[in-house]
Design a protein around this ligand. Structure first.
Ligand SMILES: Nc1ncnc2c1ncn2[C@@H]1O[C@H](COP(=O)(O)OP(=O)(O)OP(=O)(O)O)[C@@H](O)[C@H]1O
Length: 647
């Protein structure tokens, strides 16, 4: 048992802490770097040169040093850094720590994964992801926080895509902040070890493409970005049911914080695919490297792109990313280029495409709740495009909605009310009539999905360079719409005929034609004494004979039907028994996909399994009885019919 520390000991400790603070303060004040300078431009201290107090009032220089040990930090902080194996500082830490330690406000800009967290954690503090926090979406929350802060304070703002807007900074009352942007001279805005690929993919091929990517990268840790919670939920649930051979997980803003943390830790530890919204786009450092970042839906702007891809290739690791761009979104390439983001435009190849739409369609028949998810995913995607600010890139009117709906496995295109309302007026002037599919001109809507049948996809991991077939150009090459069309033609075009119901058509009349093509009234072949067969049937004796034969035929057919039905049920029973026997193994195999994704679901599945066993058993009996009843009913009905005809 730990003995309580004596009063005297605590006093001693307090005094020595006070002494340490006084010493640190004197050191900080004596060696303050000049305001407006970047300490990185100073020479590092020579190795083994003394650190701390050198004489009565002389201290070692701490601006420009490279090791944490050389900074005026408390013993506790230094011990913790050493224990975490942080020895040398990164650029942003070297540049900002000397200023922040002497109490100055800081505006820090450095690439993703470059160590900004420690740069503010050490002096503490903080508004991280500054540009996002200053976004209008967080206005109320930020104002509430600021109202609780003391007037005299030190403020530091950090981001990989820093804001310099005077208006934003005024809101936080920054006082002469030190602007420290350590990668401004860099030729790229993203980490050097990040390999970035862009592919144009028509909307209705996105899921085929994603599925193919996952199936060909089973050994990778992959982070997939989609634009809404509902899309994340649908793709996660549907793909999970298809068992791709790698654990799947999902993360979105509707999850509780504890659940998010659990998924985050699991993803850090295990090779898996994480489907996420932008909730995972910023600040998250997955400590066991993410191999691939896949952006299925185009990010809202370049800043968002940079943060998303920044989840891989962190600090000194390498990483890869791929962005699927719709043919109508290729403007994004120009914006990335202007922001110094080096992307390689890659031609997808057809050999490895594994279409998933038909599998999804079968799943949706089997699981009605999944169909609901698919409908929601469909609507929220269109809404997200509709709400995007950058209209140069995002144009909901250019989307092939019927094809997109079919690609999600949906049997019918759901109604899109918000578009109906907003586009009605525009639809008059625009050729693409998204809200009125029956008059839509296919040429306009299927932009980029014309041409040869399925090309596409990804390369196997081991032979990656062969699989990701480099395009003629990098992002510099402008693509014409014809090129785009040839590049990624549609996997399939599901054309739907609009069925028209003619309310005025005559009802209940069957038209019969004779050999010359003349119309005859219904049942004329039986009733007309001149028409061969009909004559004989109307003869009473022959009629009786005819009904007798019919009855016998019916009985015979009934017997055969019963036999076939019995055989079918027997086979089904045997099949089911075999399935139950082999069920345990199958369940274990599928655990891989289920475990980690939704913990409680594993338990539910186990429950369901036994439930299915008993339910299906009793179902079988009921079904047998029902089919017997049905046959008896049909028999009785046929007899009744014959009798009434005889009468
Ligand atoms: N001085 C250091 N020495 C070694 N590793 C470091 C050092 N500083 C930070 N790291 C490591 O680098 C990785 C990235 O750091 P951090 O998460 O702070 O990046 P960031 O710049 O905040 O990125 P983002 O903009 O994406 O939030 C982390 O795994 C962190 O542990």
């Amino acid at each position: 048992m730990r003995r309580p520390k004596s009063k005297e000991f605590r006093k001693q400790q307090r005094l020595s802490e006070e002494d340490e603070i006084n010493l640190l303060n004197s050191w900080i004040q004596a060696q303050k770097p000049d305001s407006g300078t970047n300490p990185m431009s100073l020479k590092p201290l020579p190795k083994n040169s003394p650190v701390g107090r050198l004489g009565d009032n002389t201290f070692s220089r701490y601006a420009g040093v490279v090791r944490f040990e050389q900074l005026p930090l408390s013993k506790k902080t230094k011990d913790a850094l050493r224990a975490s194996k942080f020895v040398s500082m990164t650029d942003i830490q070297r540049a900002s720590l000397p200023h922040s330690l002497c109490g100055r406000d800081v505006l820090g800009a450095a690439k993703t994964g470059s160590g900004k967290t420690l740069a503010f954690i050490i002096p503490v503090l903080v508004l991280d992801e500054a540009d996002r926090i200053l976004d209008s979406g967080f206005k109320r929350e930020l104002n509430a926080i600021i109202s609780q802060l003391p007037k005299r304070r030190q403020t530091m703002l950090f981001s990989a895509t820093q804001t310099k807007s005077v208006q934003d900074l005024a809101r936080l009352s920054l006082k002469d902040p030190e602007y420290l942007s350590v990668h401004e001279e860099s030729i790229t805005a993203t980490p050097t070890l990040l390999k970035q690929i862009v592919m144009t993919v028509p909307l209705d091929q996105k899921l085929d493409m994603l599925w193919s990517f996952i199936k060909t990268h089973l050994q990778s840790k992959t982070l997939v970005f989609l634009s809404s919670c509902k899309q994340v939920k649908y793709v996660f649930e549907a793909f999970k049911k298809l068992h791709p051979g790698i654990p799947l997980k999902c993360l979105h803003g509707r999850m509780k914080q504890e659940k998010r943390m659990a998924i985050y830790s699991e993803f850090c530890e295990k090779r898996s695919v994480l489907f996420s919204t932008d909730v995972a786009a910023r600040g998250l450092d997955f400590n066991k490297a993410v191999d691939w970042v896949v952006q299925v839906d185009c990010p809202e702007n370049v800043a968002s792109y940079i943060h998303r891809v920044g989840r891989t290739a962190r600090y000194k690791s390498d990483g890869k990313s791929v962005l699927f761009l719709l043919p109508s979104e290729t403007q994004m390439l120009e914006k990335l280029k202007a922001a110094k983001v080096p992307v390689h435009l890659t031609k997808p190849r057809k050999e490895l495409l594994q279409p998933v739409s038909s599998l999804l369609a079968s799943l949706l028949v089997k699981y009605p709740e999944l169909q609901l998810r698919a409908q929601r995913a469909f609507v929220t995607y269109l809404r997200s495009i509709h709400l995007q600010k950058d209209k140069e890139i995002f144009d909901v009117l250019k989307l092939p909605i019927d094809e997109y709906s079919a690609s999600l496995g949906l049997p019918m295109t759901p109604k899109i009310r918000f578009l109906n309302r907003n586009i009605k007026s525009k639809a008059v002037s625009t050729k693409s009539s998204l809200v009125e599919p029956e008059v839509r001109n296919k040429e306009n809507v299927l932009e980029g999905s014309r041409g040869k049948p399925a090309t596409v996809v990804f390369k196997d991991e081991e032979t990656e360079n062969d699989l990701l077939h480099a395009a003629d150009t990098s992002s510099e090459g402008n693509m014409t719409s014809t090129e785009i069309g040839e590049l990624v033609p549609a996997t399939r075009l599901l054309k739907k005929k609009k069925l028209k119901i003619n309310l005025h058509r005559p009802l209940g009349k069957r038209v019969v034609f004779d050999d010359e093509g003349n119309t005859l009234p219904p049942l004329a072949t039986i009733a007309d004494p001149q028409s061969g067969k009909g004559t004989s049937i109307l003869d009473p004796e022959q009629k009786a004979e005819y009904y007798k034969r019919m009855r016998e035929d019916l009985k015979k057919a009934d017997k055969e039907d019963k036999l076939v039905e019995r055989q079918r049920l027997r086979e089904k029973r045997i099949k089911q028994k075999m399935k139950w026997k082999g069920g345990d193994e199958e369940e274990e195999d599928s655990q891989d996909d289920i475990s980690g994704s939704e913990g409680d679901e594993t338990v539910n599945r186990r429950h369901n399994k036994s439930k299915i066993y008993f339910d299906s058993d009793s179902d079988e009996g009921e079904r047998k009885q029902a089919s017997r009843d049905q046959l008896a009913e049909q028999e009785a009905l046929a007899l009744k019919l014959l009798q009434s005809m005889q009468a």
